[in-house]
Design a protein around this ligand. Structure first.
Ligand SMILES: CC(C)(COP(=O)(O)OP(=O)(O)OC[C@H]1O[C@@H](n2cnc3c(N)ncnc32)[C@H](O)[C@@H]1OP(=O)(O)O)[C@@H](O)C(=O)NCCC(=O)NCCS
Length: 221
């Protein structure tokens, strides 16, 4: 038996994933990121209280928001299976945390489909970051993991979220009625982007940790 203990990213290969483009970096949320993310989410991340999430995690006291955020990120690791997984990436610009970009896969080796969701700290919104981080996910999952389809959704009235998807070439894909975080019924609009329709523009994307993640997810093609 060896005496060397394993590195945390050998135990949990998603932790080794790292995406960089220019001054922006995405890497799966680690416990060390949580205090910084809790700090930038203080007071909520939604302009004028518009509903953006199904779960009301960004309302309440600073402690409530921080614990809700921490528990959610722990839950994504605890509930991760090859068939159903969510990875949330801490998004940094010049080293400072600005928000979170999430990716969800359901039977991914077969469906080649992921869906995305994200948030940014209020002062970081409307500066193009939301579009850049989604673009990095689309290009990484297309080039390194063989994704052929990207789904996303926004609630009626969330124009920033809608615009990010539109700018990247997503098309409308129906809607449904859901109960949002404030407990009212809302229309959730779905959008879809097929990789074959995506126009690659990021020439600076650098990805590390992709091979170990492919093996972990049992991606063979
Ligand atoms: C949604 C979100 C991640 C988008 O990121 P972002 O960095 O703000 O988005 P970008 O700056 O890349 O693009 C925003 C686009 O929406 C447009 N926009 C923003 N607010 C708008 C409004 N009220 N009406 C119309 N367009 C609006 C911007 O003009 C921009 O489009 P343009 O480049 O054509 O001018 C971010 O705004 C956010 O975190 N919002 C709160 C949480 C949330 O809604 N998450 C998504 C849940 S589905």
């Amino acid at each position: 038996m060896g005496t060397r203990h394993m590195d945390i990213s050998e135990i949990w290969p998603p932790f080794a994933l790292h995406l960089r483009s220019h001054d922006m970096e995405l890497s799966p949320v680690k416990d060390a990121d949580i205090p910084e993310l809790a700090q930038i989410a203080r007071g909520g991340v939604r302009r004028d209280g518009i509903e953006a999430f199904l779960v009301n995690w960004d309302s309440g006291t600073d402690e409530q928001v921080a614990r809700s955020l921490a528990q959610y990120h722990w839950s994504t690791r605890a509930n991760f299976t090859i068939d159903e997984w969510t990875i949330e990436f801490t998004v940094r610009v010049n080293g400072r945390a600005i928000g979170v970009q999430g990716v969800n896969g359901h039977r991914f080796p077969l469906t080649k489909t992921v869906s995305t969701a994200s948030w940014l700290a209020l002062p970081e919104q409307d500066r193009g970051y939301g579009t850049r981080m989604r673009r990095m996910i689309i290009e990484t999952f297309t080039s390194y993991f063989g994704a052929s389809r990207f789904d996303t959704a926004y609630f009626d009235g969330n124009d920033a979220s809608r615009r990010v998807s539109e700018k990247l070439g997503y098309s409308p894909n129906g809607d449904r009625s859901v109960v949002g975080q404030n407990g009212t019924a809302l229309t959730e609009h779905h959008m879809v982007l097929r990789s074959k329709d995506y126009v690659r523009t990021d020439n600076d994307l650098q990805v590390t940790g992709a091979d170990a993640f492919r093996t972990f997810l049992t991606i063979t093609t």
